[in-house]
Every structure is written in structure tokens, then in C-alpha cells.
Design a protein around this ligand. Structure first.
Ligand code: CA
Length: 491
């Protein structure tokens, strides 16, 4: 089976020019040629900040850039028709398309309601700090601009567990409605991390569940999407998505790729989520991201042998989606932990050139982040995606035998004469490592496709070679003609 590589098809600071769906449509062929197998698109529905909304401040799931709401018809990325055209163009290039699903909250209600509520301590959401009182909450979603198209359901406070603002007293606090309590199985930070922002959806209320399911049916049929990225799953009842996803699978008639965003560096929490959500959902390997971040910021003192320690890709490899950076970790964002220049290629080789995990490449790394004056990573990143898409990896052997310098080989396969790879990286001084690729490729010449090192390494009759790496760099040795073909095609 072809190695999968997902593109995260957006970054936070894209211009709010409603042109991104068109851009993606135009790039469909290019993305396929680079070697991607799937693209994750940003949330496509109208957010409370209108054309400026990245998509996570969802106001109306049924408005995919079609209705005059929040002072705009198109979303930040374009209109509904452009969205559907982009999906179709990507699928015509044999790329799967994954949608970003935001079900934790709604924002930007149309009207207020007078609601019975109890204040909870912000530090401990299990501790009530007031008696029941009446507050004025922005919880009524009537969608006047959509006027009942697709659904005439009106969301009210009964669909939600709580809010963080009383419009009457102008107080900011965590309010839980009536005697609802919170979703019981969620992340335990602050006691209970059900509440994140906006109007928190009550995943124990039958009408909320029914409406989200009804929307899922409508959305999947309309878009023909191939899978889902689930936002903020640590703030949502852990088994909520089981029924929703089983229903989507039944409608699709095949399995769907699904990855959840559980933002935690605590491996145990990720495993608990996996164990509670029916093995239908992969998770982003957040602990690996933080290992990469730490290694990038340790001036060479990080023990590279531990780079996969306590990660999902080490412990639950079949459910790990690896990544280097994303729209939240980029500079200026809520989870900023940007992996800087010198280590970027180390990090990408540790995700793209490994058998374990399904890697995601970030738009901001592939195409740069103009607003932050961040340049694209460049040809070396494309070379890795290309190798991943073209070569049979075969078996993987790790040489994690030095605290600064690690390496591994991918043996390739007899049926793929271009295969075979040796990767070596250091966070310290230049050095070299003796590694055996495979006797299948004996006496062939290997060179660094990244061009960091000029060596020509000829394997001995048993497939062994000595591979050098320069100070603080990574080198990816492949057969000479494989590298030359790539360089000619990417001049
Ligand atoms: Ca929640």
C-alpha cells in the first residue's frame, strides 16, 4: 500500500480574502505531484467573526459561505460552491479530503435568553461558587440570514451546558445552566475541562445529539468528504463521537479516516481517550511535537536517542498521526511552540521517513507564512514527501546509539530497484555512522538527496556503508539516480 501523507491545507494567518478554496482547486494537481495522498481543509462554516474567522468560532454549521450572515456571504476561504469545487478538484487528483469538525461550541448567538445558572470556579470546574441565579446569556441561534434553509431548528440554552458571560451584569465567569453539570468524561485539567469557550454544547441533551447527527448526514452527502479531523476532543464527552462516526460510516458504506485533536503532552491521557472512543479515531501525536520542540530548543543537549520516548507513535503506532507544526503552534497563536529553522528538517525526517504513524505536513512549512515573513522550508521537504510517496520502505532498522547522532535505514525491497534509504542526523558535531541498508542494493552508490553532504557512499557487498553528516544537520542517503531524477524535476 502507498505510504500516506496528509497536507494540512491552511495556516492561521492566511489573508481573509475568501480566495483559499480557489487556491486549493488550482493547486490540486501540484499537491498530488508532490506526493500527498490527502488534504485536511479548515472548518468550512460561517464563524462568529465573519470573513475574519479561521473557522473555529463556529456560528452556523449549515452556512458554508452561502448566506448573508455575520456581514458576509463567503467565509474566510470562499463560497460554498468554491468549497465544493475545491473538494472535487482534489478528489479528481486522487487526493482524499478531510473536513475539520468543530462540535465543542457555538459562538455569536443572535439573541439572549434569561437562564438559570450556577457559577463554577474557573480553576476547579467541579466546584460551584454561587447559588442558582438568573443570568442573561447569548444562547439563542435563530439564523435569520438563512431563514430556515436546510434546517429550521433554533438552538437555545437547553442545547448547551454553559457560557462564560452574563450580559445583564456584564460579568465574565464560568456559568453552568440549571442543574445540568458538565459532560462527565472529559479531560480533567481544572477538574473538568468540558467548558472551553462560547456556548458549550451539551452532549447529554438528546436534541443536541440529534441535531449534530442530522447535520452530519447533510454535510457528508453534500460534500462527499473522505474523513474528518475532530477539533478539541478533550473538551467533549469521550465516547460522543462513536455513534456519530458509525452513522457516517454506514452512510458512506466504507471506513473513514478520522483524527482527533487532543492537545496534551500526557501520553496516558491520549491512551485513555483512544480506549474510550471505540478505536475509530486516530490522535495527533502531541507528545512527539513537544519532543521535537524541546530538541529544537536545547542547543544540542537533548538526548536524541529519546526523541520518540513517551510518544503515541512509540506506544500506539497504528493510531498516531505525526506532525511537526500546525495552525495553533505557529508564531503568535494560542499553543505557540514553533519548531525553528535548523531542526525543521530533522523533525520532518522523523515523521515522513518512518514506517510508524501517518504524517501531516503543515501548509506554513510547505508554502511559508507571509504574514510572519516565514519562508517555505523548500526543496528538502518536498524531497522527503516525494521519497515517501515513491519508494517502498521495506524494513526499518534504528541506530539510536549516540546521544547526539542517530540514524536509521529503510531496507527497501527487491521489487523496487530504486528503494533503500539511510537517514542520519545530529544535534552536535559532524560525524558518521556505519549502517547496513540491504544486500539487495549492494555496491550501489548512495548520495544525500538534501544536498547537505557531498559524500558518495558505495555500499559493500553486504549492503553496508559509512554515512557522514555535517554539524547540526540531517542527511538522507538514497540511490544516486533517485536523487538526480528528483533534482532534475525540481530545478
Ligand atoms: Ca465541551
Amino acid at each position: 500500500m502507498k505510504n500516506q501523507t496528509i497536507l494540512q491545507g491552511f495556516e492561521w494567518d492566511l489573508p481573509a480574502d475568501s480566495a483559499h478554496w480557489k487556491t486549493l482547486q488550482k493547486k490540486a494537481n501540484e499537491l498530488s505531484s508532490i506526493g500527498f495522498t490527502a488534504v485536511w481543509l479548515p472548518p468550512a462554516y460561517k464563524g462568529s467573526s465573519g470573513v475574519e474567522d479561521v473557522g473555529y468560532g463556529v456560528y452556523d454549521h449549515y452556512d458554508l459561505g452561502e448566506f448573508d450572515q455575520k456581514e458576509t456571504i463567503p467565509t474566510k476561504y470562499g463560497t460554498k460552491d468554491e468549497y465544493l469545487q475545491a473538494i472535487q478538484a482534489l478528489q479528481e487528483e486522487k487526493l482524499e479530503v478531510y473536513a475539520d469538525i468543530v462540535f465543542n461550541h457555538l459562538m455569536g448567538a443572535d439573541e439572549t435568553e434569561i437562564v438559570p445558572a450556577v457559577q463554577y470556579s474557573s480553576d476547579d470546574r467541579t466546584e460551584a461558587v454561587s447559588d442558582e441565579e438568573e443570568i442573561e446569556a447569548w444562547t439563542k441561534f435563530t439564523y435569520p440570514g438563512r431563514n430556515g434553509e436546510y434546517s429550521d431548528y433554533v438552538w437555545t440554552w437547553k442545547n448547551f451546558s454553559g457560557v462564560d458571560f452574563d450580559a445583564r451584569s456584564k460579568s465574565h465567569a464560568i456559568y453552568n445552566f440549571a442543574d445540568k453539570g458538565w459532560d462527565n468524561e472529559v479531560d480533567n485539567e481544572s477538574g473538568n475541562f468540558d467548558y472551553l469557550m462560547g456556548c458549550d454544547l451539551d452532549m447529554e441533551h438528546p436534541e443536541t445529539i440529534e441535531q449534530l447527527d442530522r447535520w452530519g448526514h447533510w454535510y457528508q452527502e453534500l460534500t462527499n468528504i473522505d474523513g474528518y479531523r475532530l477539533d478539541a476532543v478533550k473538551h467533549i464527552q469521550f465516547d460522543y463521537y462513536v455513534d456519530w462516526l458509525i452513522n457516517r460510516r454506514k452512510e458512506k458504506g466504507r471506513s473513514l479516516f478520522v483524527v482527533g485533536e487532543y492537545w496534551s503532552n500526557d501520553l496516558e491521557k491520549l491512551q485513555t481517550y483512544l480506549d474510550s472512543s471505540g478505536n475509530l479515531i486516530f490522535l495527533f501525536d502531541v507528545p512527539l511535537h513537544f519532543n521535537l520542540y524541546e530538541a529544537a530548543n536545547s542547543n544540542g543537549s537533548f538526548d536524541m536517542r529519546q526523541i520518540f520516548k513517551n510518544t503515541l507513535v512509540e506506544t500506539r503506532e497504528d493510531y498516531a498521526v505525526t506532525f511537526v507544526d500546525n495552525h495553533d503552534t505557529q508564531k503568535g497563536q494560542s499553543l505557540e511552540s514553533w519548531i525553528d529553522g535548523w531542526f525543521k528538517l530533522h523533525a520532518y525526517s522523523l515523521t515522513l521517513l518512518r514506517k510508524q504513524g501517518i504524517p501531516v505536513v503543515f501548509w506554513g512549512d510547505l508554502y511559508g507564512i507571509p504574514k510572519q515573513e516565514i519562508e517555505p522550508v523548500g526543496d528538502s521537504l518536498q524531497a522527503m514527501i516525494n521519497l515517501r510517496s515513491k519508494l517502498i520502505f521495506g524494513n526499518q532498522i534504528d541506530y539510536f546509539d549516540d546521544s547526539n547522532c542517530i540514524g536509521w535505514v529503510l531496507t527497501g525491497d527487491f521489487d523496487d530497484p530504486e528503494s533503500g534509504m539511510a537517514i542520519i542526523m545530529t544535534n552536535g558535531n559532524g560525524t558518521e555512522k556505519e549502517m547496513t541498508i540491504s544486500a539487495v542494493h549492494r555496491e550501489k552508490t548512495f548520495v544525500d538527496i538534501l544536498g547537505n553532504n557531498e559524500a558518495k557512499v558505495v555500499l559493500d557487498e553486504n549492503g553496508k556503508g559509512v554515512f557522514p553528516v555535517n554539524d547540526g544537520q540531517v542527511s538522507v542517503y538514497v540511490q544516486e539516480d533517485v536523487a538526480q531524477t528528483f533534482w532534475e524535476e525540481n530545478k
